[in-house]
Design a protein. Structure first.
Length: 395
């Protein structure tokens, strides 16, 4: 795959697309088609046999989707990328492509609720087992790897507690064992963190979030080495079929152009809101990797260019206090998802992580007063004022 530009800010706009090849259209065209016509039966035969390049059917490939995949591969410094109809379609395609019955997956202690659900489903149906590890030391990771472990699955920052895992450390142990490391890079976007550069093998995005940035698409991305991408494309992507629609790929290409500008603003606003929250007497704990008192601060500086736009915090009080606080907010919207222009707040224990049993939630640090905020692009003072008035009402 040709890489034309070195700088991220240029890649998000130009990589994978040359207007000369598309009737000089400045914006990439939307190929809103399910299938492609062959000039004759023999051409169809050659394309199916892989003897001639060209499109066949949009579940197997589509020109608009290809531009997105090429651009995402370039942004993650991968050899290839695949686009999916949701982040979960991406997670399931990756995990099902790498495992078979009786295998074992080692996971970070804390994953997105539906990823947790998928891991349980794979265990129930196929005896593909999993264990969670805090992954705080090399020894702990080594001790958690079993003979039947076929991959390591990591979220960092972990949803929703913002705990970080040292990706270089995980990747070096996985190399010793000859198994791949998969990283859910949703919370950082490739602008803030590039796990492939740190030795990991596959990255996954819920592209619904920062990649899209506008709250109007559900999509997923996978990127990594060409052989792994080819394997996933020809197995779980093709045959389970969770592909992205061309229109959603087109919207992601549009959203991507402003990713660095948006991320800078998300990070800037989050830093100010986190500093404000830290000073509030009604706030019990703050979980923000950019906080110098955060135990993962050094890891953040090592592997992320900035701490990101997500903050979690606990309120003093009970679940009712947390819910009353949410209900008092006016500008900030109560919604799951993240990475949008709008500031969003959610209550993980009853929303994104409600499927996780209470005992596991506790291990993940998801208490009843924990709230997660995706800091948006509004004037930060307006976000602060909204939080302040709601805090005043519940204290
Ligand atoms: N991974 C993370 C970290 C997420 O937060 C989410 C969704 O919130 C997903 C994966 C799943 O993505 P999607 O909702 O696009 O299927």
């Amino acid at each position: 795959m040709a890489k034309n530009y070195d700088r991220f800010e240029t890649k998000v706009i130009h990589e994978g697309y040359n207007s000369v090849d598309y009737q000089d259209s400045l914006a990439p065209p939307l190929y809103q088609t399910s299938t492609f016509t062959f000039k004759d039966a023999q051409q169809g035969e050659r394309r199916f046999a892989g003897e001639e390049a060209g499109y066949i059917y949009s579940r197997l490939g589509n020109p608009t989707v290809s531009i997105l995949e090429e651009r995402m591969a370039a942004l993650e410094n991968g050899e290839g990328a695949l686009a999916f109809g949701s982040g979960m379609a991406a997670v399931s395609a990756v995990l099902l492509s790498l495992t078979k019955a009786n295998d074992h997956i080692l996971c970070s202690q804390g994953v997105y609720g539906c990823t947790f659900g998928l891991l349980n489903l794979m265990e129930e149906k196929y005896n593909i087992t999993h264990d969670f590890s805090a992954m705080e030391s090399a020894e702990e990771i080594r001790n958690s790897i079993k003979p039947e472990t076929v991959c390591i699955y990591v979220e960092t920052p972990i949803n929703p507690t913002m705990k970080l895992i040292d990706l270089e450390m995980v990747a070096s142990i996985a190399k010793e064992k000859g198994i791949p490391v998969i990283v859910d890079n949703t919370f950082s976007s490739p602008y803030l963190q590039k796990p492939l550069d740190l030795g990991c093998d596959i990255i996954i995005h819920s592209a619904t979030k920062y990649i899209c940035g506008h709250g109007d698409v559900i999509a997923g991305i996978v990127a990594g080495k060409k052989d792994l991408m080819d394997h996933i494309r020809m197995t779980t992507q093709k045959d389970i079929g969770g592909v992205i629609s061309p229109f959603d790929a087109w919207l992601l290409l549009r959203g991507l152009k402003t990713l660095p500008v948006r991320m800078d603003r998300h990070c800037e606003n989050a830093e100010k809101i986190a500093a404000f929250l830290k000073e509030q007497p009604g706030v019990d704990k703050l979980y923000y990797p950019g906080d110098p008192d955060n135990p993962n601060y050094e890891t953040m500086k090592k592997q992320m260019s900035k701490p990101g736009g997500l903050i979690a915090f606990t309120l003093k009080g009970t679940k009712e206090t947390a819910q009353r606080f949410m209900n008092e907010l006016k500008l900030i919207k109560i919604a799951v998802s993240l990475g949008d222009a709008e500031t969003l707040i959610q209550h993980p224990a009853t929303m994104t992580h409600a499927v996780v049993p209470e005992a596991s939630r506790e291990k993940m640090g998801i208490t009843d007063t924990l709230l997660r905020v995706s800091v948006g692009l509004e004037a930060w003072e307006d976000i602060r004022d909204d939080i302040m008035q709601a805090l005043n009402k519940v204290q």
